[in-house]
Ligand binder design. Structure first.
Ligand SMILES: C[S@@+](CC[C@H](N)C(=O)[O-])C[C@H]1O[C@@H](n2cnc3c(N)ncnc32)[C@H](O)[C@@H]1O
Length: 188
């Protein structure tokens, strides 16, 4: 967790710990997809957890910090431009091993597309409500395989009505998934 301290993050320490634990199970047979990365702090947590294992990261976000996101960054003395991608390249991706190739996919998650490669680790921390959520999971779940680790970050267990779509979708589409305490599940 050490390297992530200086990267502003919306994820709690517990979220980082959960993501780190899940990523430690990464073996390198598929891509890593993260939807909603803000400034890439959780991406860096994944990178640290998998060490030098070769990995292809695909990070989806609008990379257009709003006033709240800019103010949050200011608390860490970070002044964000309107497009955060260069900042992420300079401050986050530069800290990652060369074996970790990162693709930044900019745009609205409700229009996200996927190239069809198998996905080994899928983390969702943006686009948590419908109709965006349905588009995201339908787009990416086609490439989940046996053993794919799926982390619908904390929202799956939230009692908030707007997140119920996640539980309903999961139960309808992956009734035999195995779930772990952290809220992640494994595709059977
Ligand atoms: C909770 S934050 C992610 C926190 C991040 N994991 C971290 O380490 O700080 C959610 C991110 O998803 C992005 N986001 C949310 N909804 C989106 C959408 N519909 N399209 C594109 N990006 C979206 C937000 O701009 C924000 O950067």
């Amino acid at each position: 967790m050490g390297l992530t301290v200086s990267i502003p993050t919306m994820a709690s320490a517990q979220h980082h710990a959960i993501i780190g634990e899940l990523a430690a199970g990464f073996r390198g047979w598929g891509a890593i997809v993260e939807c909603g990365v803000y400034l890439g702090a959780t991406t860096l947590t994944v990178s640290e957890a998998i060490g030098t294992t070769a990995a292809e990261f695909h990070c989806y976000d609008n990379f257009a910090p709003n006033d709240y996101e800019k103010t949050l960054a200011l608390e860490s003395q970070v002044i964000l431009p309107d497009d955060s991608r260069d900042w992420i390249r300079q401050n986050v991706i530069s800290q990652m091993p060369d074996a970790h190739v990162v693709h930044l996919h900019q745009g609205r998650l409700r229009k996200a597309e996927w190239c069809g490669k198998p996905i080994e680790l899928f983390i969702l921390d943006g686009g948590k409500t419908d109709p965006t959520f349905s588009h995201v999971v339908e787009t990416f779940s086609r490439c989940w395989k046996a053993g794919t680790i799926v982390c619908l970050l904390d929202a799956y267990f939230s009692a908030a009505d707007q997140y119920l779509c996640q539980r309903r979708w999961l139960e309808a589409n992956f009734p035999n998934h195995s779930r772990v305490e952290s809220g992640a599940f494994f595709v059977a």
